[in-house]
Design a binder for this molecule. Structure first.
Ligand SMILES: C[S@@+](CC[C@H](N)C(=O)[O-])C[C@H]1O[C@@H](n2cnc3c(N)ncnc32)[C@H](O)[C@@H]1O
Length: 275
């Protein structure tokens, strides 16, 4: 299935968490009163950007929603049209910066994206570069997700080793003090007034099929690189590992009905100002 369609079908967890975090931290988001140019980094299928984020922003001139994926960008353009929102294919870690990005945004948001970016230093450098002086960014991204660790472990096993690429293991998941590492990175980038929080979350999937769908949507890029002959075996092995992870609890409520699956994971919430 196409990446954007898969994401849009299995993103209940991300939608719930985006909204929860936006509400919880809204008091820390200081938007200027007028003529706002805003960016959303990693806008995915566009649903959260257009259905929720723009609703929270009182007045804005333009929201530029960027995503590295062509499939996501096209899906967003087709399914979440808004006259002041422009969807653009762009890698936030890129060195090729479009005209009009430098020092020109009044606020930059990013939801559930930056853990996918291999070169996070370059990504934050760009976010810094794109903001106007005195403007803030607000980012939510994964600090620990057991499913990505399951993918890494699987790709380190002898059968799947040849598909392994370091690019799938970004950032902070394996460090000993991720919060301090992120704070240092942001300060070194030039941000001031840096605040980093870790949010511990759980999500209960109503049945094992929805856990599988979510797990596959996260692993989509890798699955698409596995040869057609091997793909079924890879998916079967991956889903078996997911169901036996210590951070996944499978149970039958009251001993009846479908088995539910509860996943435990952690997010960073980070805010900073360009001085
Ligand atoms: C989990 S989706 C989040 C979508 C949306 N923000 C939401 O909260 O529903 C993460 C998105 O980040 C995008 N992404 C990953 N690396 C990126 C990069 N280097 N630059 C821009 N977008 C990136 C992916 O293509 C994907 O659409």
């Amino acid at each position: 299935m196409d990446q954007a369609k898969l994401y849009s079908e299995f993103n209940n967890l991300q939608m719930r968490d985006d909204l929860y975090i936006l509400e919880k931290y809204w008091h820390l988001i200081k938007l200027p009163k007028k003529a706002m140019k805003v960016m959303d980094v990693g806008s995915g299928d566009g649903k959260f950007t257009v259905k929720h984020l723009v609703e929270k922003i009182p007045k804005f001139e333009k929201l530029v929603a960027v995503d590295i994926s062509e499939s996501m960008t096209n899906f967003a353009k087709q399914n979440h049209v808004h006259e002041n929102v422009e969807f653009l294919k762009f890698d936030i870690a890129s060195q090729h910066i479009p005209d009009g990005f430098h020092n020109s945004f009044d606020y930059i948001f990013s939801f559930m994206c930056l853990h996918w970016v291999e070169n996070q230093r370059a990504a934050f450098k760009n976010i810094f570069e794109f903001l106007k002086r005195g403007a803030d960014f607000f980012a939510v991204f994964v600090v620990h997700n057991p499913l990505t660790i399951a993918v890494r472990d699987l790709l380190e096993s002898s059968r799947w080793k040849h598909y392994n690429h370091d690019k799938y293991w970004p950032g902070f998941q394996y460090g000993t003090n991720p919060k301090e590492e992120l704070q240092n990175l942001l300060t070194q980038t030039g941000f001031v007034n840096v605040r980093c929080h870790i949010e511990e979350m759980t999500y209960t999937f109503p049945n094992l099929e929805s856990l599988d769908g979510f797990a596959l949507s996260l692993n989509h890029v890798i699955v698409s690189e596995i040869s057609i002959e091997d793909r079924e075996d890879y998916i079967r092995e991956y889903l078996r590992i997911v169901r036996t992870l210590p951070s996944v609890t499978i149970r039958k409520e009251d001993g009846e009905g479908d088995e539910t699956a509860t996943l435990a994971y952690k997010y960073f919430v980070a805010i900073g100002t360009k001085q």
